[in-house]
Design a protein around this ligand. Sequence first.
Ligand SMILES: [Zn+2]
Length: 338
Amino acid sequence: MIWAWPGRRCLPTMRNGYMNKERENRAGSRTGGIAVGIDIGGTNFRIGAVSRDGQVDHFEKISSQVLCGPGEAVELLEEQIRSFLERHSLEDRTLAVGIGFPSPVDAAKEVVYNCPNLQNENGGFDGRNVVRFLEDRLKLPVFINKDANNLLQYEIAVHGWKGKGITIGIYYGTGIGNSVYLEDHFLGGKHGTACDLGHIPFYLSDRYCTCGNRGCAECYASGHVLRDIWQENWPGEEFPLIFKNHSSDRPVQEFLEAMAIPMASEINIFDPDRVVVGGGVIEMEGFPEEAFWDYVYEFTRKPCPGRDFDVVHASREPGAGTAGSAFYAFEQLEKIEK
Ligand SMILES: [Zn+2]
């Protein structure tokens, strides 16, 4: 997969203090350096070596369960990165590591707050200063972000949307991922937890969310809820065919309406130029896209924003998340250099 990062003004360098002269010499010219991009989902762990011009090499996808074994999750992650570098002889070419987590991270972009889908006996990554640990062990600059930001970062780079209005990204997967890009930066918030759209509350709910709160949107409009609907109504059929076989049935219609509520809410708040929509639920066979958008348009404010925004499907490139994570790492290196 090759694509160009648009609008680059200068080449990034290593974070001060991490790269001695000998290592710099071994790395050869700066243009040969790569960033390791990592996209950690609730189901899969994706890793690749990404060049500055966006080429992803040595892309690998394995189960995220490799991070949920006994011990400390950060140490398991370190082992995965280290073995990837060794396997592909990348130690001397690697300038940085960029990682996307299925969790909010703190405003300083060092601590992972809460990954309910990546748990082990020690609480997984929850509350861990991943950056400090990995930088100390790997002797490389490490940059973390929530996964939705890195996924949207990829789209912004590919489409050249930087400086072109408001872009929102909503990803319906195991949970609901969300990211908001305002002209030239992501909306982060005081604690770094802005745009947690899956956890806006629904009215009069008696359901409890994995986050501990009552009535979150994810209790009604996420992949695990869709599985519950399948098991309750059509357990004898294949789950991946639920939309193909039952889109007009009431449980699925209610699910679509629940998906539309957070989407329409965010559109009404931000009046965006464009909406990027993706995730495993949207990509399932027979997903009734028209019915979904009919619900969204029912709830968006008239006359504006109404229907006046572009809808863009998220890229289905398997390396999009890894490329986005690497792009984020390159961009942060560039900021440090200035
Ligand atoms: Zn919640």
